[in-house]
Structure formats: C-alpha cells, structure tokens
Design a protein around this ligand. Structure first.
Ligand code: ATR
Length: 277
C-alpha cells in the first residue's frame, strides 16, 4: 500500500441515484491506475454550501454539480471560468491549493468535443445552427456555438419568452423564431441540436417532417435515454450525420477528471457500453 492519500471527488445533486458520473469516473480511475474514489451525494437545496465546504475541508479535490444546484454552485464559488459566467451555471468545482473554490461549466465543451471526436472536419461556426430549448443545457450549447464563431444561432422554445430572455443575453447572433416554423428552419441549418427533454419516449417525439431537414445538417440530441431518439432515427434513415447524448455526457466529464486526478482520460467503446448498462 502506498502512503499517498487517495484522491477524492463527488457529484452533488438531487436526485442523484440515476447519475452515470460515478461509474464513468471510477472507470477512468481504474483505467489510469489512480488510487481514488468518486462518489454520488444527494444534497438538499439548503445544504449545498455547507456540503461543498465540508468536502473541501475533508480534502476532496472537487465535485461535479448537477440538477438542481448548477446555478447556486456558481454563486458559492470564489472564482469561475468565463464560460460558466456566460452560461450562469456551474457543473464542475475544483478546490484549489490556495483554499478557494473554482467553478467551471463543461457542458458546452462536452457538446463541441463530442461532435469533433466523431466528425473531425466539422466546423462549428459554419452556417446556421438551430437549438431546440431554452433551459440550462441550451444556454451551454448556445454559448459554445458563439464562442466557436457561429454568427447565426436560432433558438426555438415551447415557451417563447424563455428563448427571448436567452437572446437578450447574447446579442444579435441569436435569433428567436416560433416553434411552428421548425420545418422551414431545419431546411436551412447546418447544425440541429435538441436540448429539450423531447424524445425520451414515443409520446414526446419531436414533431418534425423528416424530409424537411437539410442533408448537410449535423444533428445532436442531448437526450441519452433512449440513446436512439426519434430525431436520431430520422438522421439514420436519411443518412444525415448525427451524435448522441451519451457522447456529450462523457466528454463533459473530461476537464473535471483532469483537474482532480491529473490525467486525461480515454473515451473508449467499453466505457460507452458500461454506461449503457
Ligand atoms: P435543462 O437544464 O436540461 O436545459 P430546463 O432548464 O428544465 O432543463 O429546460 C428544459 C427545456 O426542455 C426547456 O426548453 C423546456 O421548454 P419550456 O421552457 O417551454 O419549459 C423544454 N421542454 C420540456 N418539456 C417539453 C415539452 N413537452 N415540449 C416542448 N419543450 C419541452
């Protein structure tokens, strides 16, 4: 046995039992032969701050933060990345050697890198992008597309006011259109991204005309249960490029692992299989 203390990290959320992050990080720890543990912790709303400080005091390296704590986690941190500030929420906290809490948001990073790893010639900023949804995941995707040079991002949301709020935050490069114009818009977009929960089952399939989608499009669905949503089935049938939500989930975990455990983890088919069990 070595005398070195095991490295520790956690994921904080409520509920938390469904989280795939513990399985993923513990797989990577084993893969890299690192003595460490990554544990899920269920945290009530009013206990987030004290839990974060307790983990810091106990010597944890950091934590992921998930629903419903992402916005508050950013407030609690002492410093934060520009992308976390732009999104207004954090999913990755690192406890620094100086004793402070640093917040990052890696959702947009996960979104971009998931696509780049499958389609190496993909240029995120080329052409128009359609983002369905206007919640936290949408903000991360919109911020990432803008950061990558997109000059036209169209947001559609069931509640149009939320899409308008998002646009107001981000200048003229973001346009809001009505949900009813979906079939016209998909004909003109290079990127189509579903950040809503639509597609989790047949009843909530996205009502879209498969033939309307541009053949140049690249479709991303952030939903990963099921892995093959109706949107991705359309992409497959039409032989349109696509990526699934599990890939983004895995990629968003990479910066945290690097920060806490000091190694860049590999994304393998074995890991995907493990997370699908
Ligand atoms: P997240 O942080 O995962 O983005 P969220 O902030 O709750 O979660 O946002 C969920 C998104 O899914 C929203 O865009 C929501 O639309 P509304 O703003 O109108 O609520 C969208 N959504 C959820 N259920 C939906 C449904 N049945 N039809 C259309 N959009 C839906």
């Amino acid at each position: 046995m070595s005398n070195k203390k095991p490295l520790l990290a956690a994921v904080l959320g409520n509920p938390i039992s469904h989280s795939k992050s513990p399985r993923m990080h513990n797989y990577w720890l084993k893969q890299n032969k690192i003595e460490g543990y990554y544990i899920p912790i269920k945290v009530e709303d009013n206990k987030l701050e004290e839990t974060i400080y307790s983990l810091k005091d106990m010597g944890f390296s950091g934590a992921n933060v998930t629903i419903p704590h992402k916005v508050k986690a950013l407030d609690i941190a002492h410093q934060s990345s520009k992308r976390a500030q732009d999104i207004g929420a954090a999913n990755t906290l690192t406890f620094t050697e100086a004793g402070s809490i640093y917040a990052d948001n890696t959702d947009g990073y996960g979104f971009i890198n998931n696509i780049k790893s499958k389609y190496t010639d993909w240029i995120p900023g080329r052409g128009s992008s359609l983002v369905l949804g206007a919640g936290g995941a949408s903000r991360a995707v919109v911020a990432a597309l803008l950061e990558q040079g997109s000059s036209d991002v169209i947001v559609l949301n069931r509640t149009i006011e939320r899409a308008q709020e998002l646009r107001d935050k981000y200048d003229k490069r973001v346009r809001v259109e009505k949900w009813s114009s979906l079939n016209e818009i998909v004909a003109t977009c290079n990127n189509i991204i579903n950040t809503t929960s639509l597609g989790m089952n047949d009843e909530t399939a996205i009502n879209i005309n498969p033939e309307a989608i541009s053949e140049k499009a690249l479709i991303s669905d952030l939903v990963y249960t099921p892995l093959e949503t109706n949107l991705l089935k359309i992409a497959k049938n039409r032989k349109i490029r696509f990526v699934d939500g599990l890939g983004m989930l895995i990629h968003q975990g990479v910066p945290g692992f690097e920060a806490w455990f000091g190694k860049t983890p590999l994304i393998t088919e074995d890991l995907r299989e493990l997370l699908l069990q």
